[in-house]
Design a protein around this ligand. Structure first.
Ligand SMILES: *[C@@H]1O[C@H](CO)[C@@H](O)[C@H](O)[C@H]1NC(C)=O
Ligand SMILES: *[C@@H]1O[C@H](CO)[C@@H](O)[C@H](O)[C@H]1NC(C)=O
Ligand SMILES: *[C@@H]1O[C@H](CO)[C@@H](O)[C@H](O)[C@H]1NC(C)=O
Ligand SMILES: *[C@@H]1O[C@H](CO)[C@@H](O)[C@H](O)[C@H]1NC(C)=O
Ligand SMILES: CC(=O)N[C@H]1CO[C@H](CO)[C@@H](O)[C@@H]1O
Length: 696
């Protein structure tokens, strides 16, 4: 009990600390821009968009070379060696692979630069000619970064492809981009061999792993291409070095294929100048970013957020340790019991994350606290509510001794999950719920910044500053972007709206990419150059600007459906509100314009529903059967209604009927994108029968 008393007394004695005055800080300022009329905001610190944060640097190749010269002996790339691999069979008969991974082994900036130069020479020696494109199709790893920088040194455009992309989309992307060399891991090599007959332009494949799957039986597939290992390419280049062929800022660095939520993937063309603008802008935002950071890299490098982040870290002389989502923490799925996850092995100081991963961390911590119960649960709840008050500015002493105390008593152990040294987290890719943002903020004690940007704007857009403790907003424009709202009268969003201007979000600046590869019609539709020469991208997202110049995303043009009686339902907004229910693992709202109500497909959280069943003594033989039970459906439905009410949803926004689904939606099954966004059309098709039954 003494902890309680100290916890209450200390703040009473030491709370003469200034009230948070950041609330009134203006973070974005109005700016006069060209193009379509609207309401435009810029970053408060920069009148003109930033193009490069480094004197005389205009490409990523120059930026990397400069860093290697400045920090030759510092650690750059770290990878864990595989010590052993085991297969465990779980209770329900599924086999799980478990890994025992060793400590990080590091390459210095000098060694990395040597590898990059050798790879660049080797690639040219293999016969890859200038003007041809290289595709990188692999999970995030050290070799990915080396291959990328190697291509940059030879002015080869790199086509990036998610390793989780389906066969059809993979084939389409490689053929459309006319890639002649593909760089991949042994896992992806198998998939590539399977579709080799349909690849029109591939001449050679470089495998990142030395040991290729032995049973590939390449001969009888009569492959028309050669497979070389990355080590061999580097050796070839080391023995036959050639001069670099450096690009200009206006040359295309990356063609990034994004798995769109509808149809075939689109390749977004990014110049070196585009990516450099984003990298430069991010530099100005992470507080005191220097050469002492350790960054945990595990998100797909085929995503602009990760690509930009790693280039920032490598530009300032810091270290990048590679990991994966399935080996992140000591309790991650693939980590052998009793061995270390990536975060504890690395103790990173900076991380990027997508909301789905942060949600998982939050749920994991909540569950642990719940299981422990008793005093430690009470202590956690007390500590949490005290910190919440402090952060909210309604209680003095936000950063004083009390914080130290709670950190020591309660949050230290939680921080240890991510290695204990995290000082900054950047979240992007999808909206982060306010609840999770607060939770992570409090438990990790690290500022968490939410960014908003798109592949088309090279991740440029907005970014919430580290001292902004509000939730649900995405911050002020990045120094490389202007953000403009324009009227969308059909949807009822106007810049003249009160209390805040609202409208479609349009992003302008040097970060805005060239457009879609091989798709001029689509490019013309969503990219526009104004009379002053600024390039703008029309995002299709709906936002509103707060008085301090921070943006809040409130809707998406595509995701708004008009019901029979004329009410508009914003699918994303309703989903975000309902996913607060503990029964929801994933949820999709469906609104049919010919009906007056909407319905929902709910992927149920197994533990939550099983717990309900055992608490209520509901009998069931397997989970599938449980999902079919009427009383289970009723229970989940009433939990959704409760969530809807507390989010003040309108009656027509609350799903009238729901269907419980037992299988999770993962990128492998194609129902969500690699960034875990819903693919509405695919889900609608897959569950068309269920949906029509909900309306009958
Ligand atoms: C880089 O490659 C592109 C495409 O092949 C080419 O148009 C451009 O001129 C090259 N840049 C330089 C500096 O040679
Ligand atoms: C290679 O072996 C694995 C497992 O032993 C098997 O699943 C796979 O189908 C084999 N691949 C080929 C191309 O034979
Ligand atoms: C594969 O490599 C061998 C030896 O380096 C070479 O003779 C052959 O022409 C290559 N084949 C293709 C399709 O490039
Ligand atoms: C935080 O402050 C806002 C207004 O400043 C208030 O509406 C909200 O209820 C507060 N939240 C908590 C948990 O105290
Ligand atoms: C490639 C590109 O979009 N370039 C534009 C970047 O932004 C400046 C103005 O900030 C324009 O002049 C460029 O045309």
């Amino acid at each position: 009990m003494s902890a309680y008393i100290v916890g209450v007394l200390v703040p009473l004695v030491f709370t003469f600390i200034l009230r948070n005055s950041k609330k009134d800080k203006r973070r974005g300022l109005p700016v006069d821009v060209g193009g379509e009329p609207g309401y435009a905001i810029r970053n408060r610190r920069f009148t003109d968009p930033v193009t490069s944060a480094w004197e005389g640097i205009s490409t990523l190749a120059e930026l990397f070379e400069q860093a290697c010269r400045q920090h030759p002996n510092k650690r750059l790339l770290g990878t864990r060696k595989l010590i052993s691999r085991e297969t465990e069979v779980s209770v329900d008969g599924r086999s799980l692979e478990k890994l025992h991974l060793g400590e990080y082994e590091w390459l210095t900036y000098r060694k990395t630069f040597e590898a990059v130069c050798s790879f660049a020479s080797g690639l040219a020696q293999l016969g890859h000619k200038s003007g041809e494109r290289v595709a990188i199709y692999a999970d995030t790893r050290e070799e990915w970064f080396i291959a990328l920088q190697g291509c940059f040194r030879r002015n080869f455009s790199v086509v990036t492809i998610y390793s989780s992309l389906g066969e059809e989309a993979l084939c389409y992307s490689l053929n459309e981009a006319k890639a002649t060399t593909v760089i991949c891991g042994s896992k992806e090599l198998k998939k590539l061999v399977d579709i080799s007959g349909q690849l029109d332009t591939v001449e050679r494949v470089i495998c990142m792993d030395d040991e290729q799957p032995s049973n590939l039986s390449l001969v009888d597939r009569s492959l028309t291409w050669n497979i070389t290992s990355m080590a061999e390419v580097e050796k070839l280049g080391r023995e036959n070095p050639i001069e670099p062929d450096l690009p200009l800022g206006t040359d295309v660095a990356v063609i990034m294929y994004t798995s769109g939520s509808t149809g075939l993937p689109k390749g977004v063309m990014m110049t070196h100048a585009n990516v450099l603008a984003t990298v430069s802008a991010v530099m100005t935002i992470v507080p005191d970013l220097g050469s002492k950071e350790v960054y945990l890299a595990y998100l797909p490098l085929a995503h602009i957020l990760e690509l930009a982040a790693e280039n920032v870290i490598a530009a300032v002389g810091s270290a990048i340790g590679y990991g994966s989502p399935l080996t992140l923490t000591d309790t991650s799925n693939k980590i052998m019991k009793g061995t270390k996850g990536d975060a504890t092995a690395l103790s990173p100081t900076v991380m990027t994350a997508v909301p789905a991963i942060l949600d998982r961390v939050r749920d994991g911590v909540r569950k642990k606290v719940e299981v422990k119960g008793g005093l430690s649960k009470n202590l956690f709840n007390l500590a949490y509510s005290r910190r919440l008050l402090a952060i909210n500015g309604s209680w003095f002493g936000g950063w004083g001794l009390e914080k130290l105390l709670w950190d020591f008593l309660v949050f230290r152990k939680i921080r240890a999950i991510l290695g204990g040294r995290i000082r900054f987290i950047l979240s992007g890719g999808a909206p982060l719920s306010g609840d999770t943002q607060r939770f992570i903020n409090i438990c990790l004690g690290a500022p968490i910044s939410q960014g908003y940007g798109l592949t088309e704007t090279c991740a440029g857009g907005t970014f919430s500053e580290f001292d902004d403790t509000s939730v649900g907003r995405v911050g002020a424009p990045l120094p490389c972007s202007f953000i403009k709202l324009i009227d969308w009268p059909e949807g009822g969003y106007l810049t003249a709206d009160s209390p805040m201007p609202r409208g479609e979000i349009v992003i302008g600046g040097p970060n805005v990419t060239l457009g879609y590869f091989n798709n001029e019609a689509k490019t013309r539709e969503v990219y526009k150059v104004d009379e002053r020469g600024m390039r703008w991208f029309y995002t299709g997202d709906i936002g509103q600007f707060h008085a301090d110049g921070c943006l809040e995303i409130i809707d998406r043009k595509k995701d708004i459906v008009k019901l029979q009686h004329g009410e508009y339902v914003s699918l994303g907004k309703v989903e975000a509100a309902l996913s607060v229910s503990s029964y929801v693992d994933n949820i999709m709202i469906h609104a049919d314009p010919f009906h007056s109500y909407c319905v929902a497909l709910v992927v149920v959280s197994h533990p939550a529903l099983e717990e309900w069943a055992s608490n209520t003594g509901t009998p069931y033989t397997d989970f599938t059967e449980l999902c079919e039970r009427e009383d289970a459906v009723k229970e989940v439905h009433s939990s959704l209604v409760k969530a809807a009410k507390s989010a003040r949803l309108d009656k027509f926004e609350i799903p009238g009927k729901i269907k419980l689904l037992h299988d999770p939606w993962t990128p492998e099954f194609g129902l969500v994108t690699a960034a875990l966004k819903l693919k509405r059309d695919v889900i609608r098709r897959a569950f068309s029968e269920e949906l029509s039954r909900l309306y009958s």
